[in-house]
Structures are given as structure tokens and as C-alpha cells.
Design a protein around this ligand. Structure first.
Ligand code: NG6
Ligand code: CA
Length: 514
């Protein structure tokens, strides 16, 4: 493996020794996964952004490893989160695309997850923030009753959630199995159709909105913002969009304080910078990039707060922090928040083409940083790593084994996560969009194969707006020579293309990578 930094021979040996001896010595790290929502490769100053400065994340990167080939599994939220938690590609399981407001639990009880694996290894486990993996049995969430199954049935000891994503109804918190602060005399109803002809929505009451919609997102209005889906009731339980980040930090701090003396796994699942981008008033207008940039700064603030808490509790040297994103960037994702108008020279996808919804690199190649103070030698790595590898890698670091039949596509990259000088990342990785349409990306070394069974590529041009562009069924790119995937070289390298097609087909059809 090539690393962009150099270590002395003594340090190499020491580093290798300590990586392999952690689990054996019982010196398992706590694990904090910080997942941003829709954050692009080029959105952070440590990844080259110059129109915005993200000092807290930059510091995290300077104290750890910044990966230049870090990926999430999919270019939308639900399949990436499914793959991240289960360690299995989402395309193996139907029904793992973007979840609607009333979706039932997508990860069934009994499925092993990063949380259940670490819990079996003696960890306290918690998730705070955006869930978007469904709640409840076959009929969906029982908003006024017990919201299960959910995170607690797949290995989390506690949860404090935004149930779906905040452009979908309802705007309430879920704590463990219940909607928080729900008044039984004002039951919460959530549905796909308007509950009555008089129910105000984003079309009938458009003039009253504080943030106008551009496509979709014109159903029930809450806090001056119309959403996807309808709801009534639950008034006392509803939150303001502006307060989400502060709440995530408050609840995460409680979790960290409570579990400071035992091994823990915290999944901090930010809603920033997903639409509706409505950060707290103190962040509004502070970036040059409009609300999208303000939300990036709110996310950066959250990272700083979490680091402060770890420091205060003397946990920085006992905790592996991993920062990642659930998919690449999008500018207009349904609200008129001036993301396009204020973009200037900022490139949210960095040097890459595509973004959210796309299997071009911009859809899944995203910020990926690991930090474990005192353990990781800071640097930059070009190893290919993915959020799907958390299961096997964290299991290894925790000194626990992956249960038989679990996490079929997760690789133990713990050595790469810790910057081990001889560590190898992945040889190959399957990328998907929202799933279910036969669209795949396949990275193998420097090569990238695109497969479009429907011969359409989504969102090739993330900088302006969404586009469905006609494409051939297969394309091949040389990422070393052409990271922006502009020159399809499939005719020049037919043998490479055939090899990659065969490997991809076999990975899809064999049902597992390992
Ligand atoms: C799309 C929404 C988009 C966003 C996305 C999910 C419309 C027109 N578009 O269907 O706004 O919510 O779903 O984003 O409704 S994700 O990051 O959670 O996958
Ligand atoms: Ca997302």
C-alpha cells in the first residue's frame, strides 16, 4: 500500500505491533462513528475546499488519517446506512432504497449489525440522530405506541432519533421505543394522503413558507417548511429544525458521560447537510455558500463539540473516531435554499463527477477520516476503504469475531483504519445508487466500470441540477488518468472491461464477497 507520509522503521514496527496486539491485550477502543448526510468530497477545507473553512474537521484530519479513497456504499442514504450497519451490500436485499415516512424496520431483528457485534463484545451501544431505516413491524410505525422493532432490536442499547429524514414527516424525536413528549390526548397521525381537503400544504399555503420548495416537498407544513408526507397531531412532541444539531450534541454528551468507564460504540448520525437545510439561527448566513454552507459549518461545530467532550472525559486516547458521509453531494434537492445560486467556485464533489443518486465517483467517494489519538500516526492514505467495512474492522479491533453468516461483504481493514504502514485497503468495491435498477459502479484498483441495465445515468452533473442522461450499458474509466470519469475507454481496454464485468456479475450473483 502506498501512503503519502513516511514513518521511521522503528515506528513502523511499533505501529504494526500495537495494531495487532490491541484486541489481544483487552485494549479495545471505544468507537464513535460520525456520519454526515449528503456531504461531498470537496465540501471540507481539509479536502481542498477554499470557499469554506471547517476547522474542527480539519483538526480531526490532522490528528488522524485522511483517506483519499474513502467510500460509502451507495449514493443515497438508506442503502448506505443498511450496508454500514449490516456489513452486507444493500443490493442483496430488496426494499433497501430511500425509506418513506411510514416505512417498517428495514433491518430485521436477528440481523447482526455493527451494534450487535460490538454489544456482544461487551460494548455499550447507542445511536443519536437521523435513522431513516424504518421503524415497526410489517404495518410500519405505531407512532402512538411502541415503535418496534427498531434500533433496540438490532443491537443498540439506546436510541435518540429523527425517525426518517427531516424533509419527511413527522418532526418528532423517538427515544428508545416512544415518540418523546407525545400527549396521548393529541395522537400523531402520519399518512401519504391529505387527511382533509382543508389541510394546509405547500401548494395551498405556499406564501406562508419560510423556505420554499422547488420539487416535491409540498405536503404538510411544519415550522414554515412543507415536507414529504402528511401528519396531524403530536403538537407537543414536534421540534424545530433549527434545534436538531444542539439536541444531537446534548444527547451524545449524555451517552458519552454515562458510558465513559466502559467500552462504547456511538453512532452519531447528523442530519446536516440534508434538506431542508435550516441550521440554528447562530449559523445562518455565516458562510458564503448560503444555507448549504451554513449547515456544513453547523456539522463542523458538532464535530468540535464531540471532540471537546472526548477530551474532557479523557477519552481521546481510548477512542477511535471515524468521520464519513452517507452519500455524495447534491445542490437543489427540493428546496429553494440558494445552494446553486451561491455555489461560486466551490465544487461539492471535489474533482469528481456526479453526486447523490449517481454511481460516478462523486456519488460515493466522500470524506473519510479516522482518528485515535496516541495510536494513529497522522497522515493521508490512498487505501480504498468503505463504510461497509466497519463491521469486520470494528469486530477485529474489539477482539470479537464476526458471527457466521453475518456481514457478507465487510472486510477487516482495521490496519488501514489505523494507518498501518503495510496495511492494504480493498482491492475492489461495488458502488450502487438507490438500488433496484441494475445500476452499479465497480472499482477495481485504478479501474472503474459502470453498469446501467436501464441505460440511464442519474445526476451526472451535480453542480447544476439532476439529469437523466442516456448512457451505454457499460463504460470503463481509468481513475488514475481520469478521476473525473470523462473518457470512456471501454473500446481501448476490452480485456480489462471483460474481467471487471465478470467480477462484478459474480459479486452480485454469488450473494457474498467473502
Ligand atoms: C428523494 C427526495 C430528496 C431526498 C431523497 C432522500 C424528492 C423529489 N426528492 O426522493 O429530497 O429526500 O429522497 O435523501 O422528494 S437521502 O439522503 O435520505 O437518501
Ligand atoms: Ca443522505
Amino acid at each position: 500500500m502506498k501512503l503519502a507520509f513516511f514513518l521511521s522503521a522503528a515506528c513502523l514496527l511499533q505501529c504494526l505491533y500495537s495494531v495487532t496486539s490491541d484486541a489481544a491485550s483487552g485494549d479495545q477502543p471505544n468507537v464513535v462513528v460520525i456520519m454526515a448526510d449528503d456531504l461531498g468530497y470537496g465540501d471540507l477545507s481539509c479536502y481542498g475546499a477554499t470557499s469554506i473553512s471547517t476547522p474542527n474537521i480539519d483538526r480531526l484530519a490532522s490528528e488522524g488519517i485522511r483517506f483519499e479513497n474513502g467510500y460509502c456504499s451507495a449514493s443515497t442514504c438508506t442503502p448506505t446506512r443498511y450496508s454500514m450497519l449490516t456489513g452486507t451490500y444493500a443490493f442483496r436485499r430488496p426494499g433497501t432504497g430511500i425509506a418513506p415516512p411510514n416505512a417498517p424496520a428495514i433491518i430485521k431483528p436477528g440481523t447482526e449489525t455493527v451494534a450487535s457485534i460490538l454489544k456482544n463484545g461487551g460494548y455499550a451501544t447507542g445511536v443519536v440522530g437521523k435513522w431513516h431505516l424504518g421503524l415497526g413491524g410489517g404495518d410500519g410505525p405505531d407512532w402512538n405506541g411502541d415503535l418496534k422493532p427498531g434500533p433496540l432490536e438490532i443491537g443498540f442499547d439506546s436510541c435518540f432519533l429523527l425517525p426518517t429524514t427531516n424533509d419527511r414527516v413527522p418532526q418528532v424525536y423517538v427515544q428508545d421505543h416512544r415518540v418523546l413528549n407525545l400527549d396521548p390526548s393529541d395522537p400523531l397521525w402520519v399518512g401519504r394522503k391529505s387527511p382533509s381537503p382543508e389541510h394546509p400544504n405547500g401548494i395551498t399555503n405556499r406564501n406562508s413558507l419560510k423556505l420554499d420548495w422547488s420539487h416535491g416537498h409540498n405536503n404538510t407544513i411544519h415550522n414554515g417548511i412543507s415536507r414529504i408526507g402528511f401528519y396531524t397531531g403530536g403538537k407537543a412532541a414536534r421540534f424545530r429544525d433549527e434545534d436538531l444539531a444542539d439536541k444531537w450534541i446534548e444527547k451524545s454528551n449524555e451517552f458519552l458521560e454515562e458510558h465513559r468507564s466502559e467500552p462504547f460504540f456511538l453512532f452519531f448520525s447528523s442530519h446536516d447537510i440534508h434538506v431542508p437545510r435550516m441550521p440554528h439561527e447562530r449559523f445562518q448566513g455565516i458562510s458564503q455558500l448560503g444555507l448549504r454552507g451554513d449547515a456544513i459549518l453547523e456539522f463542523d461545530w458538532c464535530v468540535g463539540e464531540l471532540m471537546k467532550t472526548l477530551e474532557r472525559l479523557n477519552l481521546s486516547e481510548k477512542t477511535l473516531v471515524v468521520l464519513c458521509s452517507d452519500n455524495g453531494p447534491v445542490l437543489d434537492d427540493g428546496y429553494k435554499d440558494e445552494a446553486i445560486e451561491k455555489i461560486g467556485s466551490h465544487r461539492a464533489g471535489g474533482p469528481f463527477t456526479g453526486g447523490k443518486y449517481s454511481v460516478y465517483e462523486g456519488g460515493t467517494r466522500t470524506p473519510f477520516i479516522t482518528r485515535w489519538k496516541g495510536k494513529i500516526q497522522p497522515g493521508v492514505s490512498d487505501a480504498i476503504v468503505c463504510t461497509i467495512d466497519f463491521a469486520a474492522s470494528f469486530a477485529a479491533l474489539a477482539g470479537t469475531s464476526l458471527p457466521e453468516g453475518a456481514s457478507l461483504d465487510s472486510m477487516d481493514l482495521s490496519d488501514a483504519f489505523l494507518g498501518g504502514p503495510y496495511a492494504k485497503g480493498r482491492d475492489s468495491l461495488v458502488q450502487q445508487d438507490n438500488g433496484g435498477n441494475g445500476t452499479f459502479g465497480y472499482r477495481s484498483g485504478k479501474w472503474k466500470l459502470h453498469r446501467y441495465d436501464r441505460k440511464k445515468a442519474r445526476n451526472v452533473v451535480v453542480e447544476t441540477s439532476l439529469a437523466n442522461t442516456p448512457v451505454p450499458k457499460y463504460m470503463l474509466f481509468d481513475l488514475e488518468a481520469d478521476p473525473a470519469e470523462k473518457n470512456n475507454v471501454i473500446d481501448e481496454y476490452p480485456q480489462v472491461a471483460e474481467k471487471l464485468k465478470t467480477e462484478l456479475t459474480s459479486l452480485i450473483e454469488n450473494g457474498r464477497s467473502r
